[in-house]
Structures are given as C-alpha cells and as structure tokens.
Design a protein around this ligand. Structure first.
Ligand SMILES: [Zn+2]
Ligand SMILES: [Zn+2]
Length: 340
C-alpha cells in the first residue's frame, strides 16, 4: 500500500509498504479521504511542538479488517476514527482537560491518515473514538469532523452568548468553521483576514461584517461596531503573532481571547503584559477535541446545520501529496483533502 512517510523535517515522500498488522481489538480502515491540517504542515517543517509526528489525522474510510474481540463493527462499515482518545478517568479528564490526559496522545492512527490503509488502535476503538457515518454523509464531509470538533470545543470553552460580539481573526477553514458554529448560538460575528477570497467564505457562513486587515485597522473598526467597547470574545484562528496582537487590541475590557491557531514553536509576542491585567482580559486556549465534540459535530452535519463541504477547494491523490503541500504553502486555498 502507499503511504506518506515523513523521514525528517521537510523530507516527505510517498512510499510503498505493507498494511499494518492488527492486534486484539484493533480495526484496519481503508482510507477514503483525509484532510490536510495546518498542524501537518508544521510537523512537515519540524516546527510542531509534539514529538514523534504522525501525519494525517482528519481521516474517514471503510472498515477493511478487524482484530479479535472487536464488538459493534463490521467489515464494510463507513467510519470516522478519531486519532486520539482520552481515558475519561484521570484527574485531567475529570476536570475538563481531557485533551491533556496522558493517554490522549499515547495512541494514534498507524502509520497515519495519509495512507491507503491505517490501523486504529484498540484503545481508540474501545474508548468510543470510531464513529459510524450516516449514509447521507460523504467521506469528504466526514474528513471535516475532526477539525470542526476542535472548533466546537473551543467555542464551548469560551461560553458564548447571544448578545455578545465575537471577532474571529483568520478566515481560513478553521475560522469559517468557527463562524458557522458561532452562528448557531446567535452572537454578532465579525471576521478579519488578510485574504479577500477567504473573507468571502466567512461572509457566506454568517459573518455580519468582514474586514480586510491589509486595508482596514481592525481594532478601531471593531470598536466602531461595538459602541466603542470592543469585542466580547476574540477567537484567534491563526498561529501568527500579528493575529494575537490584533486580538489583544480588539477585545473589550473584561473580555476573552481564545487562542486556537497553532503558533510556531518559539513564537514571542511584543505586547505590554500589564495591559492584560489592567483590562482583566482572559486568555483561553483550546487544543484538540474529544468524542463529546466529534459526536455532536457529526450530528450537526447529519442534520445539515453545519455545511462545510464548500470549504474544500483542492483534492489530491496520495501520490500527489507533495503537490498538495505546495498548494497549501502558497496559501490561496481553502481545505485540501487527500484521497487514495
Ligand atoms: Zn487537524
Ligand atoms: Zn484521562
């Protein structure tokens, strides 16, 4: 089978290998679609904070084989397998930090989602990480479950209410997914980006105003829009330090900033820290998702309350992986999906 192999930072190639052997309780999935995530690109370039990078975690496919003792699944089932599953028992899990659970990152898709076949470890299967797909959900749409679930967790952590104004900094697929999920809760949504094509996606998804940050001073525009107050919540859907500064300058006194985009390792902020205290600004981060969110996301997709398929602008086959990475680097694209 073909799979994408990351040998060292920046050195990636499509290689032939044998499908992984199954242990008790494992499932083998034939990949049908796998989204290319910003974190995959970070891992490719050796800038990601996680050790032992595995590429491809936004995958969907069909159960091709099962180890002994798997219950509740059959060969041929269409599935979304979550790459990380917490224990739901430890101190972290019991106190709302499930994605910080020591078990959470201990198992992963093997050898990763960018592979014709991959093994889902028994831990993930037993922990409820494998969701069966309803017949009206395509594999491509199912590949969007993981990133959308991460956005849902971020919004849940920020406690958004209807009479608030939320600024989303960054209108890439992650920013736009936040916009759609936020619009289900009713706040006023403002979006900024430096790319006008991306801003059109945000507008289509329910943003009440979009700002091209190359032409507009976003913090003053946000104040204008909120009677001089500033945004109640700013979601930073970009790992860029400038986006974080824009958030700090746009949030209201006592407001919240959610850091969602992954900053490159070593990112430093040039910002007067005393302002954060004086303005009582809360900085919340949100990292990954659990089955609470993957299941809720799947339900929203099934009910057509979340419509993200239009975010997919490029499709590449596994052996065109390098081309996909090149396209992502150029930046003028929405979501990129890899198919076998
Ligand atoms: Zn991702
Ligand atoms: Zn745990």
């Amino acid at each position: 089978m073909k799979h994408v192999l990351l040998k060292s930072a920046g050195d990636v190639s499509v290689e032939e290998t044998t499908p992984p052997a199954l242990n008790q309780g494992d499932i083998l999935v034939e990949m049908k679609a796998c989204g290319l995530c910003g974190t995959d690109l970070e891992k490719l370039h050796g800038r990601y904070v996680a050790s032992q990078p595995v590429l491809g975690h936004e995958a969907s496919g069909v159960v091709a084989d099962m180890g002994d003792g798997v219950e509740g699944f059959n060969v041929g089932d269409r599935v979304f397998p979550h790459h990380h599953v917490p224990c739901y028992k430890c101190h972290f899990c019991r106190n709302g930090s499930e994605t910080m659970c020591p078990h959470y990152r201990a198992s992963n898709l093997d050898p990763g989602g960018f592979s014709e076949y991959f093994r889902v470890p028994a831990w993930n299967v037993k922990g409820g990480g494998v969701l069966k797909l309803p017949s009206n959900l395509s594999f491509e749409e199912a590949s969007l479950i993981e990133p959308a679930a991460c956005c849902m967790r971020s919004i849940n952590r920020c406690d958004v209410s209807e009479d608030e104004t939320v600024l989303v900094v960054g209108a890439g697929p992650i920013g736009v997914t936040h916009v759609q999920l936020l619009s289900l809760r009713g706040p006023k949504i403002l979006v900024s980006d430096i790319n006008s094509t991306r801003l059109q996606f945000a507008e289509r998804s329910g943003a009440s105003a979009v700002y091209d940050a190359t032409k507009i001073d976003v913090p003053s525009k946000v104040r204008e829009e909120t009677g001089g107050i500033g945004a109640d919540l700013v979601i930073v859907a970009s790992g860029n330090a400038k986006a974080m500064i824009q958030a700090l300058n746009s949030v209201r006194k006592g407001g919240k900033i959610c850091l969602f985009g992954v900053p490159a390792k070593g990112t430093r902020l040039d910002y007067d820290f005393s302002d954060i205290f004086n303005s009582e600004v809360s900085i919340i981060t949100s990292n990954a998702a659990t089955e609470v969110e993957t299941k809720a996301t799947l339900k929203l997709m099934e009910e057509h309350r979340l419509d993200l398929l239009f975010l997919i602008t490029h499709r590449f086959r596994l052996d065109e992986f390098e081309k996909a990475v090149e396209t992502a680097k150029q930046g003028n694209c929405g979501k990129i999906v890899i198919t076998p």
